[in-house]
Every structure is written in C-alpha cells, then in structure tokens.
Write a protein that binds this ligand. Structure first.
Ligand SMILES: [Zn+2]
Length: 455
C-alpha cells in the first residue's frame, strides 16, 4: 500500500455519493445461493416433470416403438457427447477448425460468435475443460425456430483456470442441436439461457472478445485492446491482496480473477439497474452447482466483476472489500450477511486508516452510530439486505468493529469461519455467536447501542 495512490483517498475526497457505499460490492455468495437455489431447484423439478411427460409415448408419439426411440436417443447422446468432446479438445489443442466443425453451416451468426468464443477460451488458458450433457429441455419457440429434430440440452461446462480455481468448477449452458443430412450439428447456444441459473452463459468469455492480463495472484479480463486499463486494475488488485493479507487473519494464498468488461450483465452481476449503487460485486463459483448434487451446491470460490462505469475508478480500497469476499468464499458461504459485509468493510476501512490516519475512520464510525443505527431495530437480516435503504453496510461494519474490540481479531476470524461453515440457520448462528462471543444476534444488537468506540 502507498499513501501516494491518488485513488485511495479518504471518503471526503471522493465524488458523491460519499462514504463506503460508493465502494462496496452488492452481491456475495450467500444472497445468490439463497436466492438462486429455490429458483433453480423448482425450475429443475418442473423441467424434470416436463421431460418425463414429454418422453412418455403420448397421443402424438405413440406410433414409434419404444425400443427404436431408445436406440435413437442413445445414438443422439453419443453423437452429441462426441461433439462436446471434440470442442473441448479443440480448445486445448488450439484448433479453431475442429471447434467450428460441428456448427450448423446455415447459421452464419453463430459461426461468427463461436469464433470469438473459441479465441476467448484459448485466451483464458484452462488447465482443465470438459462439457457434459445434463438433461434434455423443451422450449416451444426453439422447436418452431429450428426443425422437428431439434434437441435442446442443458450442458455443464467443467473447467479450471490455473492459479485461480483451486478446484474444477462448473457453469451451465444450453445448446440446441439439429440433425442435418444424418449428422447432429450445433445450431444455437442461447435458446435455453432464460431457463438457466443466474449468470449462466454470461461468463467472461461468453460476451465480446476479451484480453487477459496475468500477474502473480491476479488475473484480469478486459475488452480486447483495453490492456492499459487492465494493467492498472491488476496493480490495484495486488495492493488490495496485500491489505487483505495484513488485516484479515485467515492464511489465504489464493488468486483473484477480476472481470472488467464493457458489459452490465456479467455472471450474476447486474449493473444496469440505476437504483443499485454498486461499483463491483463478488460472485460465487461452484464445484457443484445448486441442485446438481445437493440443493445448495458446493461453493468453490468467487470472481470479482467490476461495474463498467466504474472501471477507471477501481482502487485498492474497493478491491480489498471484494477480495475479502474472495478470500472467505470457499469456507461455505453460510455466514450472515452482516458478518460478511462487516468483515469486508472492516478490511477496506483498515486500509483507509493506514493511508489517512484514524481521523476519517473515527468520523465515519460516529456517523454510523448517530445516523445509521437509529434507522434500524436489529442487526440487518439477510432478507432484503441489499435492498435496504438504511446504511446496513455501516452498521455491519460497526458490529464487526465491536466484536474485534470485545474478543480480538483472531477470534472474530475464527467466528467467521465457523459461521461460514455451519451457520445454516438462525439457531446455529446464535449458538456459534454465543459460544464464541457470549452474545446472540439479539444481545449483540443491544450491546451495540451502548458501544463507545475507543479513541
Ligand atoms: Zn460486499
């Protein structure tokens, strides 16, 4: 960290809106997991039922002997598996012709888009890449748009970005295949997008042509030709990793993937909504998607996505908040949001304090006590956290500052780990908090009313 970095000025020097809300990311794993699971599982149950109904020999399908249908289905499965294998191998061996070989020759738009995709996938440089068929899906409009032999399938893309993903992770796609001249070909790649989980088919490589900048512990994806800005973001990210290492006791040796594209919808980040004031977000990666093996899925880590309008204002303060989320993402994601956001704010404000001295922090802490606390009647709950117009970030930060003063930072970090792994419901959270701090969420809130920060 350096006091000469102009972008890391105290909050009074920032353009409005002042205070940490300008910096803080909006989304963390918990919100997406709890929001996404019900949706995904429900959707998948519906799809599973639709699939069963549709594959039963009904009035319109009863003329085909079941055995022939099964044989045709098996042949199609093999053909599509072969195409998916070929596409993965094409990326690994940097063979564009092989990647494009199984595309529908009549769809020139898809061909152009797939060339960009291929170049992006090669640019990322996966150490592992594979595609597998999950289950068939039905979409009336896709069938009408293509032909009677349309096969719409949800595809799992399993990959590992070296030095970023500590384990292979999975993302979803929907592919439409049609039979042409006795061969199956890929004819569309977005028919199913609206029915997939949040962020599907919006990975960094799914949008425009990208460029990747690599440095120790930091990978940055920018628009092709935007390398200068990418380098600057990478430099801020390296500073921010230093801050997280200094101010958060968990021994985390991971790397961060920062995505800074000219796009408002990347992965599960949504920056188009002008009501949402967010410069960046940290969004979950899954080794097993919600609904795949378990309802909640298995969190592997987190990528950072930058708001396109904020790409020139990315600094170590913003990134230290987001990287705190990244550095804790693989613990499980069950910690309450007040603890997740409070810890991220704690780290970024320690960075501000190191640059500007304790004055700004003390001033802000008093503002939270005087203005933000009276607007709430309890610790901010997970439900509606990111929609709350009160300064829930400030109050969460204050709660973590209080806990650090009460039990010490190493114990707060242990509390965080326990919560992230086991805080699956309110009873568990209260048990963990009580055993480690002597307080429940309710009594913590009461104690916070009388908190007088040490000066
Ligand atoms: Zn955050």
């Amino acid at each position: 960290m350096s006091a000469t970095i102009p972008s890391a000025e105290p909050p009074g020097a920032q353009v409005p809106p002042p205070g940490p809300r300008r910096w803080v990311g909006l989304l963390v794993a918990v919100a997406l997991v709890s929001g996404g699971v019900a949706y995904t599982v429900e959707e998948r149950n519906q799809d599973a039922q639709a699939r069963v109904v549709a594959t039963q020999p009904g009035p319109n399908q009863g003329t085909k002997p079941p055995s022939k249908t099964a044989a045709a289905t098996a042949a199609r499965r093999v053909a599509v598996d072969t195409i998916l294998l070929r596409r993965a191998r094409a990326v690994q061996t940097v063979n564009e012709a092989l990647f494009l070989q199984d595309l529908d020759p009549t769809n020139t738009r898809l061909r152009a888009a797939q060339k960009v995709l291929f170049a992006n996938l090669v640019e990322i440089g996966f150490s592992e890449l594979g595609y597998s068929q999950a289950e068939e899906r039905f979409d009336e409009s896709a069938v009408h748009a293509h032909s009677g032999t349309t096969y719409l399938v949800r595809v799992l893309m399993r990959y590992q970005i070296p030095n970023v993903d500590v384990t292979p992770v999975t993302t979803e796609l929907g592919y439409t295949f049609v039979a042409r001249g006795g061969h199956w070909v890929l004819t569309d790649d977005d028919d199913l997008d609206k029915d997939l989980g949040p962020g599907a088919h919006k990975e960094a490589w799914d949008l425009g042509r990208i460029e990747v900048l690599r440095s120790p512990r930091v990978l940055v994806a920018v628009e092709k030709g935007d390398a200068k800005r990418g380098q600057s973001i990478a430099a801020e990210a390296r500073e921010a990793i230093g801050e997280v290492t200094s101010y958060w006791p968990r021994a985390w040796r991971g790397s961060v993937f920062v995505i800074a594209l000219d796009e408002t919808d990347v992965r599960d980040a949504r920056f188009a909504d002008e009501d949402i004031e967010s410069a960046a977000s940290a969004g979950t990666t899954f080794s097993s998607l919600p609904g795949q093996d378990t309802a909640d899925g298995t969190v592997a880590g987190s990528y950072i996505v930058i708001n396109p309008n904020e790409r020139d204002r990315v600094d170590e303060i913003l990134l230290s908040h987001e990287i705190t989320h990244v550095a804790t993402a693989d613990l499980g994601g069950y910690e309450p949001l007040w603890l997740a956001e409070g810890a991220a704010e704690y780290v970024s404000w320690r960075g501000i304090e190191a640059i500007s001295g304790p004055g700004e922090v003390g001033k802000w802490e008093q503002e939270v006590i005087d203005d933000a606390m009276p607007a709430l009647t309890s610790l901010p709950s997970d439900a509606g956290f990111y929609q709350n117009s009160a300064d829930v970030y400030g109050v969460s930060w204050l709660a973590v500052r209080f806990l650090v003063q009460r039990i010490g930072l190493p114990m707060v970090e242990e509390l965080y780990e326990d919560m992230a792994k086991h805080g699956t419901d309110q009873a568990s959270r209260d048990r963990i908090l009580l055993s480690r701090s002597g307080l429940t969420e309710a009594t913590l809130w009461v104690a916070l009313q009388d908190y007088e920060p040490p000066r």
